[in-house]
Design a protein around this ligand. Structure first.
Ligand code: NAD
Length: 508
């Protein structure tokens, strides 16, 4: 094991380690390659933490907890303010790291980073959201108040698709609330979370308050089993989310586990079709479809609507620029790994076998100068049936399915019957239809002429059905509830000499 201030090695031999107790630790057991998705080359390696390394991180967080718990929220907020400034100073570096390991185009990397910084902004309000509730004279000489106390050591486990933003959904609020944190990010793009942690220390965060361990199932199992972990926030695929929720809660932990998605956009006959098509282009193919809020099914009401949407999408896709995320002007980068490219391509093959009409086929795309990159061109299926596997399962790639229906009610029935309930939107000019849709659809985040209705930092993020296990959503006001225990204190200071004697009825 070696310790240094930065990741060990140079070039592709570099090993991304862990951040424990304010230090970068390189535990080089079973290092896994991290790819540059645009070239297919190995960029560096990431250390897979052993159980002992994870336990060290938990010990470090546990040790830091008492002092951090007792640090006034206003002092915590001051560190968060400095952190926000530092993050903004490193914005270009962070965006470049995201693009280097995830593959998304640079403006998209910057966009995800800025949405993460919004949560740091919100967390700076700790003195306000932790001030509690107070009732003077709740009874004779009795005051009653509720306060929000931190839980202790909490953990976050995050997916590859937003290596900056999703961790930032968790640790800024958890830490602002007085907890200490252990983050287990995705092994596919591990460098950004490590930099986020180092910058927090630079901003003045005491050692041990924020720790990062890189790893796989062994690290996650250790977090799930260790009784010192009070709560777990998870974001990733539904199968793993369900496993984390069931195991974590069985072990007595508070758990919120956000899972996969299949998000539908309803296009009504009265919609501004050009606006809807522009929105669908960004929402279906942005970030190569690797977003939990990506639109992957367009449900078109009426044959004319469907013909217009499919025709205009096919036309727009001819101009979609696919290439390295670092090249200015590209709209869509590669998929994250070669394995994921194979998986998404197999879904396109399956759609053809299932009988859907492949209007635009992105398979076999080669990008000049990046022949070994993990590229797949945009794919568009028409005449997809809701029963087809390509419509039921999350593909997580640049594949949009068009389903044709006769009415809004039919569109809504398809969405409601789907196992996922993360996001959905409607394109229309009809206020009544929009209101009926937002009121009745069984979905957690809903857009009206907004394709990616990702809530701003002051609202919480979460889906319904099998897109979320647990009761509280990510960030926003729900995160204060998730990362704290409510304690209610009822206090009486009887006036001198007043003695009421014993009472045997329930106090009222
Ligand atoms: P994933 O489920 O493969 O991995 C997520 C995390 O779980 C990673 O840290 C990974 O190391 C860990 N993990 C993987 N397999 C595990 C196992 N068997 N046991 C324990 N831990 C394990 O997800 P991913 O491929 O990194 O990300 C894509 C998925 O995340 C998609 O399904 C997407 O919809 C979902 N996602 C959901 C949201 C949301 O808010 N609902 C947001 C972003 C991504």
């Amino acid at each position: 094991m070696m310790t240094s201030q930065s990741a060990a090695g140079a070039g592709s031999d570099r090993i991304v380690g862990h951040f424990i107790g304010g230090e970068v630790i390189t535990d080089d057991r079973r290092p896994l390659p991290v790819f540059n998705p645009a070239t297919g080359e190995t960029r560096c390696y990431v250390a897979m933490a052993s159980s002992a390394t994870v336990e060290n991180a938990i010990s470090s967080a546990r040790q830091a907890f008492p002092a951090w718990r007792n640090t006034p929220p206003s002092r915590r907020a001051r560190i968060l303010f400095r952190y926000k400034t530092l993050l903004e100073e490193h914005a270009d570096e962070i965006a470049a790291l995201i693009t280097g390991e995830h593959g998304k185009v640079l403006p998209d990397s910057m966009g995800e980073f800025l949405r993460g910084v919004e949560i740091v902004d919100y967390a700076c309000g700790a003195p306000e959201f932790l001030k509690g509730e107070f009732s003077k004279n709740a009874g004779p000489d009795i005051d009653c108040w509720s306060e929000f106390q931190p839980l202790g050591v909490v953990a976050g486990i995050t997916p590859f698709n937003f290596p900056a933003m999703v961790p930032m959904w968790m640790y800024p609020m958890a830490i602002a609330c007085g907890n200490t944190f252990v983050l287990k990010p995705s092994e596919k793009d591990p460098s950004v979370p490590l930099l986020l942690a180092r910058l927090f220390t630079e901003a003045g965060l005491p050692d041990g308050v924020f720790n990062v361990v890189n790893g796989d199932r062994e690290a996650v199992d250790t977090l799930l089993a260790d009784p010192r972990i009070e709560a777990i926030s998870f974001v990733g695929s539904t199968a793993i989310a369900e496993h984390i929720y069931r195991t974590g809660t069985k072990n007595g932990k508070r758990v919120q586990a956000l899972g996969g998605a299949k998000n539908h956009a309803v296009v009504m006959p009265d919609a501004d079709i050009d606006h809807a098509v522009d929105a669908l282009m960004g929402a279906a193919y942005g970030s190569c479809g690797e977003r939990c809020m990506a639109i992957s099914v367009a449900v078109c009401v009426g044959e004319e609507t469907a013909d217009a949407v499919v025709g205009k999408l096919a036309g727009s896709l001819k101009n979609l620029k696919v290439g390295a995320g670092t090249d200015a002007g590209n709209d869509m980068g590669p998929l994250v790994t070669g394995a994921h490219l194979k998986r998404v391509s197999a879904y396109v093959d399956l759609g053809v076998e299932e009988g859907a009409e492949l209007v635009v086929d992105g398979r076999g795309l080669s990008v000049a100068g990046h022949e070994d990159g993990f590229f797949l061109g945009a794919c568009l299926f028409d005449r997809v049936e809701p029963s087809m596997q390509i419509c039921r399962e999350e593909i997580f790639g640049p594949v949009l399915c068009v389903v044709r229906v006769d009415s809004l009610e039919q569109a809504m029935a398809i969405i409601d019957a789907h196992e996922y309930g993360n996001g959905a939107c409607i394109f229309t000019r009809d206020g009544e239809a929009a209101r009926f849709f937002t009121d009745n659809i069984r979905i957690g985040m809903v857009g009206v002429n907004v394709p990616l209705p990702v809530p701003v930092a002051s609202h919480s993020f979460g889906g319904w059905k099998r897109s979320l296990f647990g009761d509280l959503y990510a960030y926003g006001p729900d995160s204060v509830r998730f990362y704290t225990h409510r304690k209610t204190i009822t206090q009486r200071w009887p006036s001198d000499g007043v003695r009421e004697g014993a009472r045997f009825s329930f106090p009222s």
